[in-house]
Design a binder for this molecule. Structure first.
Ligand code: NAP
Length: 296
């Protein structure tokens, strides 16, 4: 067994978050699993996490859209003496449909959860990690952040923004002993589809003709994939996060691709981007930062 870590995982009421929390406790780690409403909508999930968490899960209430909620949750953990070794920024919201049909309020909400949510959580834990000069921030992104598909424009834009932030954190924090990593899952059957935002102004899309049928066709394709035998198993994502948590400090890759979809193309794109990023930093006289962030 790897050394036991204290891990904060956001968005544990369902999907990857729930599986990540349970996989980590199964490996002997201690988990602070966040949900939005412990006694309300997430009461069932909370009871299940506690029952299956082998005494190693503490369920914490946190809404990543609100500064006060995030600060109160992390503040209470710190006051209780918790040393957070790892944060898994998993809480997320999706959106599917022709981009023009989404209002700016809907777009703001996506960025609130997917980008600023992670930024809030990171800002709340980083003073604790800097003090100890160690830590790991994991950011659950998506392959769509790198290889865009129509109908996922705003979701992809929010996750691409999350990735840029995570990558900047990697360079800024590595000299302090703190790592930042990105996980890029393909499509998996979770509650994400049920919770997904749809265009609030569908009437705008009347002028798109046949293209207006595209989201329904893509949804049907995803549903068929998820119902077929050999459907993607969300536990693969939990396993990838566990592997990152247990990897030796300083040796974690920047990006971990999980699952199919555009996996191979994504790997090539990431490799090229990493090489060009390194060249750009060297050209800017910042090559020394690469020495601390590049696993051998
Ligand atoms: N499933 C996929 O195919 C897929 C692929 C690539 C990436 N991802 C990413 O994986 C992550 C987990 O998604 P999932 O697939 O497991 O979907 P999910 O089952 O819908 O889980 C999303 C979780 O995020 C939480 N959440 C949403 N808004 C929140 C907020 N404001 N504050 C705190 N928690 C909030 C949800 O809590 P509530 O129950 O309270 O809403 C839920 O626990 C997301 O970041 C998603 O973008 C998913």
């Amino acid at each position: 067994m790897a050394e036991s870590k204290d891990v904060l995982v956001t968005g544990c009421s369902s999907g990857f978050g729930r599986l990540i929390a349970l996989s980590l406790t199964g490996r002997g780690h201690r988990v602070f699993a966040t949900v939005r409403d412990r006694e309300g909508r997430a009461a069932g999930a909370t009871a299940e996490l506690v029952a299956q968490g082998a005494g190693r899960i503490t369920v914490v209430e946190m809404d990543v859209e609100r500064d006060a909620s995030v600060e109160a949750a992390i503040g209470a953990l710190a006051a209780g003496g918790a040393g957070i070794d790892v944060v898994v920024n998993n809480a997320g919201l999706s959106a599917m449909g022709l981009s023009e049909g989404f209002t700016t309020d809907q777009a703001l909400r996506l960025f609130q959860v997917n980008v600023l949510g992670a930024h809030r959580v990171n800002r709340a834990v980083l003073p604790l990690m800097r003090e100890r000069r160690r830590g790991l921030l994991v950011h659950v992104s998506t392959g769509l952040a790198r290889m865009v598909m129509p109908c996922f424009g705003l979701y992809a834009a929010s996750k691409a923004a999350l990735e840029m932030l995570a990558e900047a954190y990697r360079f800024e924090l590595a000299p302090l002993g703190i790592e930042s990593a990105i996980v890029e899952p393909g499509p998996y059957p979770t509650a994400l589809g049920k919770n997904m935002l749809a265009p609030a102004e569908p009437a705008r899309l009347a002028g798109y003709g046949e293209l207006a049928e595209l989201p329904a066709r893509m949804n049907a394709g995803l549903a068929a994939m998820f119902e077929a035998s050999g459907a993607p198993d969300p536990r693969e994502v939990a396993d990838a996060v566990v592997a990152l948590v247990e990897a030796p400090a300083g040796k974690r890759p920047l990006r971990t691709i999980v699952g199919g979809g555009s996996g191979q193309a994504l790997g090539e794109l990431n490799a090229v981007a990493e090489r060009l990023q390194a060249e750009t930093l060297r050209a800017q006289g910042l090559g020394h930062l690469l020495e601390v962030v590049t696993p051998e």
